[in-house]
Design a protein around this ligand. Structure first.
Ligand SMILES: Cc1cc2nc3c(=O)[nH]c(=O)nc-3n(C[C@H](O)[C@H](O)[C@H](O)COP(=O)(O)O)c2cc1C
Ligand SMILES: [Fe+2]
Ligand SMILES: [Fe+2]
Length: 400
């Protein structure tokens, strides 16, 4: 995208990535895309905040050159070394060999690890400031939001928080830059912020809350993240959304039940069908995901926000239906704790899926209200027992 002046002498340079199918090699963004946002501050000293992914190096450099002469650029602030924000570094140094790279001690070490770069660096600590002339920048470390070296950069005069991954969303910026330009698409970006959060940030929720608390000490007019919309009309909107998402990790979650299901010959599916009205009769919403069809990226938002989870799948080779194992592995990696849960599924001779479920539930501290393996087609008795499990999950999900 062309540079957008967000305040006098402060520019957004965003690259829309419509090429990458899997963000981080994991999370589908084929339809949604994702943006990598960088920022330029022009003053007596000029600064670029964050770079971009390697494959976009050339267009990135072209856009920056519209605003500053790269030969005169003084600093690049590296809030985060993950290559979606530093991949262009090698190319960038060829064009601007004298620029000084600023980051935390771990950031500087990591740039050496990733790019063999050890010169022209400046290490900053939490609370350090940098005078650019008229403007002053303050560096606020934000460890594990998303990596250990991560920091925020705060522009004191304009009260802009350059927050890197924090407060980011998936989704390209289709001709817009700010929250107030999103119009009817704002709920879509907010939905993508939850998907981004549950896919990328969820494991670090405690750190997100710490970082929000730290940033709260400063007045904020604009939240300028490294992915998605810049929030200037209502910067606290995205902060409060992130706070809510982060609090789901350990605090109260929303009433409702996520059903994760999979089947080979529909015995488990028919049992699953029989619990849907049991759940809605408790007055709570239910979201139903076939784990063989839906990528975990699109399931995690429901799993993260809803208190109840029902796992429904058959035994497969004395263990669990493999797509469900994959989903539960992802849930474990993403620290999806704080759930009330149940299991049911069909088997033919040995069973085994229930035991696998119980293993995950233990690792994730899920409160298991019941589990039932049934042979072949569920009998009326089986169905009643499964409905009881579902009812308990739905009921308990209302307790927060
Ligand atoms: C490839 C394959 C492997 C299976 N392995 C086991 C097994 O190890 N133990 C068992 O009790 N049932 C096993 N089953 C049987 C299924 O669990 C059983 O058919 C069940 O009813 C399938 O449930 P569904 O109709 O929901 O797919 C296996 C079935 C298939 C197709
Ligand atoms: Fe990151
Ligand atoms: Fe990122």
């Amino acid at each position: 995208m062309r540079p957008v002046e967000i305040k006098p002498n402060i520019w957004s340079i965003a690259v829309n990535d419509r090429t990458t199918d899997l963000f981080e090699g994991l999370w589908p963004v084929t339809n949604e895309g994702v943006s990598y946002n960088s920022y330029i501050i022009k003053d007596e000293k000029s600064v670029l905040i964050d770079l971009t992914k390697d494959i976009f190096s050339e267009e990135f450099v072209d856009q920056i050159a519209k605003i500053v002469d790269l030969k005169t650029l003084d600093y690049v602030i590296v809030n985060h070394v993950e290559p979606d924000h530093t991949g262009a570094l090698t190319r960038f140094r060829e064009i601007a060999p004298n620029v000084t790279f600023i980051g935390t001690r771990q950031c500087i070490n990591m740039m050496n690890d990733f790019y063999g770069m050890s010169e022209n660096t400046m290490t900053v600590k939490d609370g350090d400031t940098l005078n650019l002339g008229k403007f002053n920048l303050k560096f606020l470390t934000a460890p594990m939001v998303h990596w250990p070296e991560t920091m925020f950069t705060y522009l004191e005069e304009e009260q802009i928080l350059f927050s890197c991954d924090a407060f980011g969303t998936f989704g390209c910026l289709d001709g817009i830059t700010f929250d107030d330009e999103a119009g009817d698409n704002l709920p879509w970006y907010e939905k993508e912020s939850l998907r981004y959060y549950s896919n990328i940030i969820a494991s670090f929720s405690r750190n997100v809350l710490n970082a929000i608390e730290k940033a709260a000490a400063f007045p904020i007019q604009i939240i300028a993240p490294s992915h998605g919309l810049i929030w200037r009309k209502d910067p606290m909107r995205i902060v409060s959304l992130y706070k809510k998402f982060a609090e789901y990790a350990a605090g109260p979650t929303e009433p409702g039940v996520t059903i994760l299901w999979g089947t080979m010959y529909r015995n488990t599916e028919r049992a699953m069908e029989a619990v849907l009205q049991t759940i809605t009769a408790e007055g709570v919403p239910v979201e139903v995901y076939n784990v063989a069809d839906v990528h975990p990226s699109f399931i995690l938002p429901s799993l993260w926000t809803k208190r109840g989870v029902l796992v429904a799948c058959p035994t497969y080779e004395r263990a669990m239906y493999p797509n469900m194992v994959h989903m539960l592995d992802i849930a474990e990696i993403k620290h999806v704790k704080n759930k009330v849960a149940g299991y049911f599924g069909s088997y033919a001779w040995s069973g085994g899926a229930q035991k696998v479920f119980e293993g995950y539930a233990e690792k994730l501290d899920w409160e298991v209200v019941g589990a039932l393996e049934f042979i072949g087609m569920a009998t009326e008795e089986d169905i009643q027992a499964i409905q009881q499990i579902a009812q308990q999950v739905a009921k308990k999900s209302k307790e927060g």
